[in-house]
Ligand binder design. Structure first.
Ligand SMILES: Cc1ncc(COP(=O)(O)O)c(C=O)c1O
Length: 391
């Protein structure tokens, strides 16, 4: 197996014909090394400094929680001193929102906790996670923490995930795989896996192989070929879908996410969940689920700003990966780490490097003002950008 060859050396090959020859079969050590380069500790800034920065690094919602959500959270502060407080019926509200039973819902302190719990539950006995490369790198940190390994299938040349490649790897390594992690829209590329491809994946892999489909950015998608995978949870297969209140509902700092999964998967995972979700966000979450008007507005503003910003980058001659999320990647055609530092000097925080895409910069979509600060900085930092012609 060609596990030692680095992705950048072999280039962006992708495709099922090459997938098995090229996929990376990593021990925990490489996953750790990669995540160590990818995720520097978050900078400690004073509140004044923090407030002035254009925050385009973490795919957050720049508009903050809606009025209805703020009201619900403010009213629930009276429970701050309690353990046995009314929680607004958050699990029931999530279940009803999706038309499922409460036994199919597991809430976590952010969907990040759910990913952690899934790793703890399904990566025992040396089992590995099968995923695309690149994908949400924090899952690989969890993998490392459990001393498990990863099997990663390179994305296709257009940065879509290689579904036939994932199927082939799932079959070839079925005994080693604890679960498949599929992020759609994928972080960091923003590309989706279509509903047809999800069906293709589920049809192709062993029926008893657990699959986690991460829909953190579900709410931003416009492509009609995209659909939630929640119906697949009820096909008698170990399929789980994760969602978060951090993005569309702007509650990243408050921490609330959840899994929708078959009852048996929820029971297997529950013992590993901490249950440390605060009273305030439970009430905020209930209010957010019904506040569809604000969500539609956030989606409209975000998608519009993403399209305007990426169109300008393209007119400056820089290719952008087509995104369906609240972030995008622009190809700088030069190593990205020093560019990230230059942006920081200008008060613009942009995304960390996502190996193996070391020349692509991930930019979250902020407010109109933040995007114009980003574009101004881009023209100053990236040589030739100011004068480049459309291409
Ligand atoms: C793809 C993906 N999944 C999960 C998460 C975790 O989000 P949270 O723990 O805030 O719910 C993130 C955060 O950025 C993400 O990008």
């Amino acid at each position: 197996m060609d596990g030692k060859r680095s992705f950048s050396r072999r280039g962006f090959v992708g495709g099922v014909a090459t997938a098995l020859g090229y996929l990376t079969l990593d021990p925990a050590s490489r996953a750790w090394a990669q995540s160590a380069t990818a995720r520097a500790p978050r900078p400690k800034l004073s509140t004044d400094e923090y407030d002035t920065l254009a925050k385009l690094a973490n795919n957050e919602n720049p508009y903050g929680p809606s009025e209805a959500v703020m009201k619900a959270m403010t009213q629930s502060f009276k429970y701050a001193n309690r353990y046995g407080y009314p929680d607004g019926g958050i699990t029931k509200a999530i279940a009803e929102h999706h038309g499922v039973k409460e036994e199919n819902v597991l809430i976590g302190s952010g969907s990040g906790e759910i990913l952690d719990v899934a790793c703890n539950t399904y990566l025992r006995n040396g089992r590995k996670i099968l995923s695309s490369e690149p994908s949400y790198d924090v899952i690989f940190e969890h993998v490392t923490a459990y001393k498990a390994g990863t099997i990663r299938v390179p994305s296709l040349p257009d940065f879509r995930q290689d579904i036939p490649g994932l199927v082939a790897a799932a079959r070839a390594y079925s005994r080693d795989i604890g679960f498949i992690y599929l992020c759609s829209p994928n972080n960091p590329t923003g590309r989706i896996v279509t509903k047809q491809e999800i069906a293709q994946l589920l049809d192709g892999i062993p029926r008893d192989m657990p699959v986690l489909i991460d829909e953190a950015y579900f709410h931003f998608v416009e492509d009609p070929d995209y659909e939630t995978s929640i119906p697949h949870v009820f096909e008698g297969r170990p399929v789980m879908v994760t969602r978060t209140f951090s993005k569309i509902a702007a509650l990243a700092g408050m921490r609330l996410g959840y899994a929708i999964a078959p009852k048996e998967m929820i029971s297997d995972m529950r013992p590993y969940a901490t249950g440390t979700i605060n009273a305030i966000v439970k009430w905020g979450g209930v209010a957010a689920l019904t506040d569809t008007e604000t969500q539609a507005k956030v989606k409209r503003l975000t998608v519009d700003l993403r399209k305007r910003t990426t169109a300008e980058l393209q007119s400056l001659g820089y290719a952008v990966i087509p995104s369906e999320a609240n972030f995008f990647m622009v190809n700088l055609r030069r190593p990205v780490p020093p560019v990230i530092e230059e942006f920081k000097k200008k008060g613009v925080l942009v995304g960390r490097p996502f190996p193996p895409l070391m020349e692509h910069l991930r930019v979250s979509v902020g407010t109109a003002d933040e995007m114009s600060r980003f574009l101004t900085a881009f023209k100053e930092i990236v040589p030739g950008a100011r004068t480049a012609k459309a291409g």
